[in-house]
Design a protein around this ligand. Structure first.
Ligand code: BGC
Length: 472
């Protein structure tokens, strides 16, 4: 988390908490048997990737990320960790057939990936027919292997021409995204199990418009709100346009849930900052879908409100990406993010916090999905663990949390592990190893990590012949 940004909020935040965040929850893991979890046979287990992250700028040269990844900032500094470049990443664009064999061996039922808009429409209005065919082939091969495709239309990347027009900063550009969504729906409507319009609009906006470490790197809290609002409008417009093509398509949005919580709450400064973080990062989006009202408010910096009467009717499912919570300790001086002493760190600047997945499911259910009678899918969850000495524990704990939420009656229908392969972790480059499969970026060789076996065991247990079937 950007410390200067948090300090700015501290100075501006003169009132006490105005937006509610859930209570921090800690389970006694020593008394929990994580091996006892069982999922019904119809539960969907899958893994996830995004095209740019597994195919890199070499395969996606017309993406705005390629332009960003290959240029330096105003101070002549590389924008990617240690001056790395995405290159061809795992070259998934060319290796997908072999990678489907890995999915088959894992026995997953679904695979989540993004349709790279910049490859399909590299110039405005010009469709690359070979790319459209490529995704037909990929989907056909998955379906033949009994693996259901789950699609993201926008996973942080879009064509350079769209960026040059101002992307989602301008309301008039929404039509281009909707046009792309319609085009994709016409092509693949019979092949896709779930469609996500956007992957994590909150993260896209936070990194690109508040921290400025992703494209377009334009810092401004009000502008960030405008972009969020336009992305939400674009979601509703795309939902309606796609439903006109085929009412049966299941369309939703993927949202990243992170609980921002005070490390100590003595002064109320931490909880006040956290309430703003939760408001911008989470509540602004979930409340749009639960009430139809978009509110983006930070004293002095931003004030936006917008009402959309169709927002509460624009989801067939809700996708949750969950990794961890963020603890804010303004007295913390280590340069790293704060963590509780018993918490186990991942290689990313956050800890293993499986209780948070349960909380995320409960929160989204209570705000949106129960009232709208729609299911939740965990569209991403995983750990960066280069040493592979925490992955097994991570998987077992988060699986337990998911299981407990389902036992408690929350309607979660599927879970996608992030990620199938080590890949390009945006501004972190190749430093973060999220893959169930380790990838040698020189040779392209894939090797199953030992820690990944915990996930494969759960899949085996779930789909074995005598596994329980959900009661009707
Ligand atoms: C994103 C992925 C990213 C993952 C791990 C999610 O926010 O959707 O693109 O690689 O987190 O950081």
């Amino acid at each position: 988390m950007n410390k200067r940004f948090l300090q700015l909020f501290a100075i501006l935040s003169i009132s006490s908490s105005v937006f509610l965040a859930g209570q921090e929850l800690q389970w006694d893991w020593a008394s929990i048997d994580t091996d006892a979890v069982r999922f019904d046979k119809d539960f969907i287990f899958g893994t996830a990737v995004s095209e740019y992250q597994v195919s890199g700028a070499s395969n996606c040269p017309d993406a705005q990320w390629a332009a960003w990844d290959y240029t330096k900032d105003g101070n002549g500094m590389s924008r990617i960790h240690q001056g790395q470049r995405s290159g061809k990443a795992c070259d998934f664009w060319n290796t997908y057939e072999a990678d489907i064999e890995l999915l088959k061996e894992m026995k997953v039922k679904s695979f989540r990936f993004s349709l790279e808009w910049s490859i399909i429409e590299p110039r405005k209005g010009v469709i690359n027919k070979a790319a459209v065919k490529h995704y037909h082939n990929l989907m056909d091969k998955l379906i033949a292997a009994d693996i259901k495709p789950v699609i993201s239309l926008h996973h942080f990347t879009h064509p350079i021409w769209f960026e040059e027009l101002g992307a989602f900063e301008k309301e008039e550009n929404i039509e281009y995204f909707v046009g792309f969504a319609q085009n994709m729906a016409n092509q693949y409507k019979d092949k896709v199990m779930l469609w996500a319009t956007f992957n994590e609009p909150g993260v896209y906006v936070f990194q690109g418009y508040i921290r400025g470490v992703w494209p377009p790197g334009k810092i401004g809290v009000n502008r960030a709100g405008q972009v969020t609002q336009n992305m939400l409008k674009a979601h509703v417009a795309a939902y309606q346009a796609m439903k006109k093509i085929d009412e049966k398509m299941q369309i939703g949005l993927v949202h990243s849930v992170t609980q921002f919580e005070p490390y100590n709450d003595d002064t109320k400064i931490e909880s006040t900052i956290c309430s703003y973080m939760n408001h911008l990062f989470h509540d602004a989006i979930t409340e749009f879908f639960s009430t139809g009202k978009f509110v983006w408010q930070v004293p002095i910096l931003a004030s936006l409100e917008y009402i959309d009467t169709q927002a509460t009717k624009s989801l067939d499912f809700f996708g949750i990406n969950y990794y961890s919570h963020v603890l804010l300790n303004i007295g913390w001086t280590t340069g790293d993010q704060a963590f509780r002493l018993h918490e186990i760190k991942t290689d990313m600047p956050y800890c293993i916090y499986a209780e948070g997945l349960y909380r995320a499911i409960k929160d989204v259910s209570e705000r949106i999905t129960v009232a709208q009678c729609i299911p939740i899918y965990i569209t991403e969850n995983g750990i960066a663990d280069a040493k592979d000495d925490r992955r097994e524990l991570f998987i077992k704990r988060y699986m337990y949390s998911l299981y407990r939420a389902i036992q408690d009656g929350y309607d979660v229908r599927g879970y996608f592990y992030w990620s199938l392969l080590d890949n390009f972790e945006w501004s972190e480059g190749y430093s973060q190893k999220f893959g169930l499969y380790e990838v040698d970026m020189e040779t392209g060789e894939r090797r199953l990590r030992d820690g990944a076996r915990a996930f494969l065991n759960i899949i085996d247990k779930t789909y074995q012949a005598d596994a329980p079937v959900k009661a009707a």
